[in-house]
Design a protein around this ligand. Structure first.
Ligand SMILES: Cc1ncc(COP(=O)(O)O)c(C=O)c1O
Length: 436
């Protein structure tokens, strides 16, 4: 069967239009940016905890002619004709996702699961209780930022961490819920390395009459692979992005949000993205995916251990997921400097505030590292151990006034998953001066 992307379906455009000759023969600036991005993704070690790589099959579905199809409404209940193949892919996506998480009801259409759920459950003026937004609390802007619809339309109260242990202070969550009687209690964020106490969140929601949403954006793949406890038995609604741990295209899903998603939030949906989600959910159902999820957590532990063996500290004293928060103060560099210094040597990560961080949010005293993308691209225990050295040496070199990358040739050369790196490119990258 011909690949779905190979056959142009349209009549030629007007003579001379670059649309007739495809990207490679026509739109050079866009093509160049895509090629550069491909090279960046190939040649960098991705340690941003929310990133991952999709499979060729997902990419193929995402780039397929389903992009030509717009489909308002839900499968078998569309607002117009021609949706039969869209129905097939959307039904498959729903079926597979339910199988993956043992859920009974799923909406795979939202581009943003949290927006769909918030719209489904609240009316403007209601109160949300969610984890604080500042980076040290680990919350996500979709749950509370003043500039986000959550913060603009709703009254938001936030819980935080215990000042000593830096774990979520569940007693504070309970007290705030009793005081403010939120309509919605949200568990989940983007920088919490430990296990969330879903049972206690459930109990607090029950005691105070709140609806409990668990945002498992960072955790969905781990949950699917039994590498993290499932929130499904506890939450009223579970939302997630699909691109973080599930290796799917950018997008979301939410349990129980039909009318909020359509017609509340979106009209027609991106059918090629839904097809790509179906493919990715199918891949995640494969037994090897469970092994991979467990490996992600194990490898993050290896990396965190290598960093702490070198004198750095992890907040909360450890991690139980795919991410760790590392305090850089013993190195004498801030999070933003480390982030910028490491990018030219091929290590991409994100600065992160530490508990009681005296630095501004755009500076920070630490970094967040994660192991999902690296694991997808073939990193193992050896590689995660080896990354620690350049991660520490580059900022150290900066602190010592050396404005050049100290990334080690032998480390790069032995980096198993990036064998496609050309020798010339490798050399160029290693010699690249660090500019801050
Ligand atoms: C915890 C969490 N929730 C939600 C999102 C994304 O939210 P949305 O796509 O709804 O804007 C992210 C990041 O992508 C996240 O880390």
């Amino acid at each position: 069967m011909a690949t779905p992307t190979a056959e142009p379906l349209h009549q030629p455009l007007a003579e001379g239009s670059v649309g007739n000759i495809g990207l490679s023969g026509g739109d050079r600036p866009v093509l160049a940016a895509i090629v550069d991005e491909r090279d960046r993704q190939r040649n960098c070690i991705e340690l941003i905890a929310s990133k991952n790589f999709v499979s060729p099959a997902v990419l193929e579905a995402r780039g397929s002619i389903l992009t030509n199809k717009y489909a308002e409404g839900y499968p078998q209940r569309r607002y117009y004709g021609g949706c039969v193949n869209g129905d097939v892919t959307e039904d498959l996506a729903i079926e597979r996702l339910n199988q993956l998480f043992g859920s009974t009801y799923t909406n795979v259409r939202p581009h943003s699961g949290s927006q769909a759920a918030i719209l489904a459950l609240l009316t403007p003026g209601n109160t949300i209780l969610s984890v604080g937004l500042d980076l040290k609390a680990g919350g996500h802007l979709a749950h509370r930022a003043a500039v986000n619809l959550s913060g603009r339309w709703f009254s938001v109260v936030s819980y935080g961490m215990d000042p000593e242990s830096h774990l979520i202070d569940m007693d504070q969550v309970a007290e705030l819920a009793r005081t403010h009687r939120p309509k919605l209690l949200i568990a989940g964020g983007s920088a919490y390395p430990r296990t969330l106490d879903f049972a206690r969140f459930r109990q607090i929601a029950d005691d105070t009459g709140a609806v409990l949403i668990v945002d498992m954006a960072h955790l969905a793949g781990l949950v699917a692979g039994d590498a993290y406890p499932s929130p499904i038995p506890f939450a009223d609604v579970v939302t997630s992005t699909t691109h973080e741990k599930l290796r799917e295209p950018r997008g979301g899903f939410a349990k129980k949000s039909n009318s909020a998603t359509f017609p509340g939030l979106q009209s027609g949906r991106l059918m090629h993205v839904i097809a790509a989600k179906a493919v990715a959910f199918g891949e995640t159902l494969h037994p090897s995916s469970r092994t991979c999820s467990r490996a992600v957590v194990g490898y993050c532990r290896v990396l965190a251990q290598a960093l702490t063996d070198s004198g750095l500290a992890m907040t909360t004293g450890g991690m139980e997921s795919h991410l760790a928060l590392v305090d850089l103060r013993p190195l004498g560099v801030t999070g933003n400097i480390a982030e910028k210094a490491l990018e030219p040597v091929g290590i991409t990560l994100i600065k992160n505030a530490m508990p009681n961080d005296p630095e501004k949010p755009m500076v920070t005293s630490g970094i967040r590292v994660g192991s999902a993308a690296g694991t997808s691209s073939g990193f193992g225990v050896d590689e995660y151990r080896q990354i620690a050295a350049p991660m520490l040496d580059t900022p150290r070199a900066l602190r010592g006034g050396t404005a050049r990358s100290r990334a080690r040739t032998n480390w790069w050369a032995s980096a198993r998953p990036r064998r496609s790196l050309s020798a010339a490119l490798l050399t160029a990258m290693i010699r690249e001066p660090v500019r801050i």
